[in-house]
Design a protein around this ligand. Structure first.
Ligand code: HEM
Length: 184
């Protein structure tokens, strides 16, 4: 594994400000999370299905969309339970989700709007069910952490692949990227 997932998780927690109070609120609402998860999955896959490229990936003729619905529900619920109190198992699971998307070749530009759809739909449901601002804030924070894991996987996998293939050092690779970016 190329990323220290637990260290990355605690950096993100600090950065987005996910507190122990947020975790307690999420845990206390885990049943509600599971209750609304199928509806969130419906919105999510309806959104993805509207894009021809993503629709083709989702409907690969191998029951992928059905598998995905189940994994989405589990993923959504885990944001509330924290699996192991947002520890090693949680961080490894989020890292693995990122790797799966890199492997399939889903570009990172698809992931940010997809997460925005989740947040948007959750907010609507929070309002309908009269849930607190504190729950809304906690959910937004954990969604951002999960999103950061997926996005980081692209960077880590790409740079690891280049470094392995070429034998370059991290320093040289960074300089080449900076030079390339300056010339664009
Ligand atoms: C908020 C962003 C997203 C979340 C939270 C998410 C969540 C997940 C999860 C939990 C898995 C299962 C990973 C595993 O097998 O361990 C998965 C797999 C997958 N996701 Fe996503 N996903 C997101 C964005 C997308 C987007 C934008 C697409 C584009 C079509 C997509 C398509 C897929 C596909 C094709 C798989 C593999 C399914 C399979 O064949 O088993 N996902 N996703």
């Amino acid at each position: 594994m190329i990323l220290d997932t637990v260290a990355f998780m605690s950096t993100l927690e600090r950065r987005v400000g996910l507190t122990d109070e947020d975790k307690a609120i999420l845990k206390s609402q885990a049943d509600w999370g599971l209750l609304i998860a199928p509806e969130m999955a419906d919105h999510f896959y309806t959104y993805l299905g509207r894009d021809a490229e993503m629709n083709a990936i989702l409907n690969d003729g191998n029951e992928r969309i059905h598998r995905l619905r189940e994994t989405f529900i589990q993923w959504f619920h885990e944001m509330f339970t924290g699996i192991d109190d947002w520890g090693q198992a949680y961080a490894d699971r989020r890292w693995k989700i990122g790797l799966v998307h890199v492997r399939i070749g889903i570009g990172p530009q698809h992931v940010v709007p997809a997460m925005a759809t989740v947040i948007d739909q959750v907010e609507k449901r929070l309002q309908v069910d009269g849930k607190s601002q504190a729950l809304k804030d906690a959910l937004s924070r954990i969604c951002m952490i999960d999103l950061a894991f997926i996005e980081q996987a692209y960077v880590e996998v790409c740079s690891d692949a280049v470094l392995r293939e070429t034998g370059w050092t991290q320093g040289l690779f960074r300089r080449l990227i900076a030079t390339g970016a300056r010339s664009m």
